[in-house]
Ligand binder design. Sequence first.
Ligand SMILES: [Zn+2]
Ligand SMILES: [Zn+2]
Length: 346
Amino acid sequence: MFCILCNSEEKLYDGLCKSCYLKEFKLVELPEYTTFTVCSHCGATFKNNKWIQAGYYDDEIINDAIQKDITINDKLENVEMFTEITNNRGTVYECVLHVSGDILDTRIEKEYPIEVKVERGVCPDCSKFYSGYYEAVIQLRADDRKLEDTEISNADEFISSEIQRICKTNKLAYVTERIVLKEGVDYHIGSYNAAHKIAVNMQKQYGGLITESRKLVGHDKNKSRDLYRSWISVRLPSFHRDDFIEYKDKIIKIEKIGSHKFSGTNLDTGKTESLTWKEYENVNKVATMDDLRLTTITNITPTEIQVLDPDTYMTVDLQKTDNMNNLEIGQEINVIKIKNKTYIVI
Ligand SMILES: [Zn+2]
Ligand SMILES: [Zn+2]
């Protein structure tokens, strides 16, 4: 029998001599070009039915794009291959696929040119962002008063820096809308998890209370689950540092506002009182530093301090506490009148 290509007379494989057979042998079937999809907004790449945001590099993307569209000849054994990018014109990568393997007990290697084209798409996260999708609303409020301008601008800054931090790992960490209302500011946040984290951190920073409610807003047919939207209210306390509050017949001048507790000086005892936010509902703000009055000490005994009532100029005897040991007769001092009782404010 003769080889149909070179007429050589020897053992034939599919009508060809070994040399012609190896020359004609196709190690892989591959198309002229293949594609991969990149999100035109964020650069995420589509890989194995998933959008990958980071850590997926050009070489690997292009190699994967080629691998998904080629078929290796199943007669070939011990296959090895690698992709060489030979040129890049805009959205087209010209590549050469180097394939080697064993056939008829011979190691052969061949090169196959292939183009890889970039297709533009929109990943679901970006499509959510551009459609204004949001899972949660952070409602910034102040309890029993209007929010102050500085509180709003501080919260704006706080939320934006939190978003910048969280969005590195959570694509839905974005603010789609910021709405100023009479009662406060609403921030529409793409991701519930991000909104929840931010609200918790805001409470740690500014104190106050967080309450949360959610509403059914739809149904995701693909994942067959209900979709909820959450409203997370961050309620700043009615008082600030240096304000005076009433709590169970005690008058306390607030000195610290923390994430778990707030504390201050009990004006009756001069001692520090510390309350958890659970007690907040039992607290009333009763005065501010603007209510302080200046008066004069007229007498001091081991247990009492006598001052002039700033309104009536009558003398009033007040209980002396440990923090008043340095006071002297004739000295001017701040007092505050709350519910007809006068307190010395050190
Ligand atoms: Zn031949
Ligand atoms: Zn995207």
